[in-house]
Design a protein around this ligand. Sequence first.
Ligand code: ADE
Length: 246
Amino acid sequence: MIMIRFDILTVFPEMFTSPFQVSLLKKAQERGLIEIGVHNIRDHALDRHRMTDDAPYGGGCGMVMKVEPIDRALSSVRRINERSVVVLLTPQGECFSQLVAEELAAYSQIILICGHYEGVDERVRQHLSDREISIGDYVLTGGELSAMVVVDAVGRLIPGVLGNSESTLSESFSMGLLEYPQYTRPSEYRGWKVPDVLISGHHREIDRWRRRESLRRTLIRRPDLLKDADLSAEDKMILQTLTEEY
Ligand code: ADE
């Protein structure tokens, strides 16, 4: 059963050929868990030159994406019986996060509009989109890479897309803490050793070490995450000693 259908509206559909043809998203499509449709906005431009952009009213440099081709493209992909959400990718949007990815994963159709040029006609924001999302405080040449990021982050939340169903539970951000350090064989390489506790086989000790390292890493790298993290009394004590240590 298809869990989520993504429809991407873009003027550069060729950008999407390889990213979705590899790895987990490829498998997810093959197994029918997700569907991804990429649609060229230009196919919905009706004028002789099939223009998707035009000069801004009021003057100024650059071009603005036109509203009609986007509206027509939207009408052609929107599925009436689905729980759909229309997302405009733009640096002016709310910042994308694990929480936003989880919210989007509740829909059955996600339509992503990739903005371009100097901007998108304001009526697309006002009347056609439900949400505006930015993937970070930097400006890309267009919304295509951002759409890929959203499809990837939401797609992997669909049950069955990841091999191990626990792997979305214990990872960075969904628990509110950064992940603990991971090691694999060999236990020593060029004198660089794996911490003894991980080789000890004492599972309780290993769990405690991992929790402590998660807390340490979050405290050092992303202390802002701690205020929303789910912390036990013991976690708070550990944080206290770590804070004194640094
Ligand atoms: N388009 C251009 N820059 C972007 C960004 N940072 N996030 C989303 N869409 C964009």
